[in-house]
Design a protein around this ligand. Structure first.
Ligand SMILES: C[S@@+](CC[C@H](N)C(=O)[O-])C[C@H]1O[C@@H](n2cnc3c(N)ncnc32)[C@H](O)[C@@H]1O
Length: 250
């Protein structure tokens, strides 16, 4: 079982606080499903609290920090321990890129779900984010680990499910500390806790991270960052490539 989150998952709930605006988008996509499976549930972020929920998660550490109201079950997406059509809907939030075999995992989600499958993922191509000007390696890693939206859609379609892609803009004060959350708060990336709760940062060479952060600090101090990206301070939400895929049977 994938146990990476047993290493990096410590303190997850203090920085990965579900953002209410994103939760509204997720809950709308889940519709009025009474029984929901949350795959790669982690600590239970974005689960609806007023439904019957099955939280499926491989990491014991993440399960021990679970804050939802559902039934915790240790398991993986590729072999969901639930029967066929046993829930109305299933959800997977920022998890698919961690699965060893996402096609198998998606097929499993479609198998257990009667009406809908909701996945929050990230477009690995062509997203414009200043942090990647400093850390181009993040883009390279993302392009390797995130499947394209088209590939996910076509896999669903092979299984006779159609997909609607919904843009999930990131609010300037997003409470869920994923990679793009701090686009208007560059100083946040200096915190080692912030970086630890962003999985991609854990894949970067630590000397390179320190060196690059020094460059970022210099640019912030000299006003260079502001000159290049300061216009971001005039907007309140940004499309950084996060997409909610809502799948329904054809
Ligand atoms: C970024 S966390 C997201 C957790 C939670 N869904 C959230 O939104 O906060 C990714 C989660 O995927 C889990 N994961 C990794 N491999 C998995 C697999 N094969 N099947 C299901 N979950 C997996 C990790 O253990 C981790 O909890």
């Amino acid at each position: 079982m994938n146990d990476w989150y047993d290493e990096i998952g410590k303190g997850y709930t203090s920085l990965r606080i579900p953002d209410k605006r994103i939760a509204t988008i997720v809950h709308k996509a889940l519709g009025n499903a009474d029984r929901v499976a949350n795959i790669g549930a982690g600590t239970g972020s974005y689960e609806p609290l007023d439904r019957e929920v099955y939280a499926i998660e491989p990491s014991a550490l993440m399960l021990s920090q679970y804050e939802g109201t559902g039934k915790r079950i240790q398991g993986i997406a590729e072999a969901i321990p639930l029967g066929d059509n046993s829930v109305e809907a299933s959800m997977g939030i920022l998890t698919l890129h961690h699965w060893e075999n996402w096609k198998k995992g998606l097929k499993e989600m479609l198998r257990v779900s009667q009406h809908s499958v909701v996945l929050l993922t990230h477009k690995p191509d062509l997203y414009d984010f200043w942090l990647l000007d400093y850390f181009p390696a993040i883009r390279e890693i993302d392009q390797k680990i995130f499947s394209s939206i088209e590939d996910i859609e076509s896999e669903a379609s092979l299984n006779q499910w159609k997909t609607e892609s919904i843009t999930v803009p990131v609010p300037f004060d997003c409470t869920d500390g994923f990679l793009g959350a701090y686009w208007r708060r560059p100083n946040a990336y200096f915190s080692s806790e912030v970086r630890r709760s962003i999985s991609t940062f854990n894949l970067l060479d630590s000397a390179l991270v320190e060196h690059t952060l020094e460059r970022l600090k210099n640019d912030l101090d000299s006003g260079e960052w502001n000159k290049r990206y300061g216009q971001l301070n005039n907007i309140t939400e940004l499309d950084l490539g996060y997409r909610l895929l809502r799948m329904t049977p054809v």
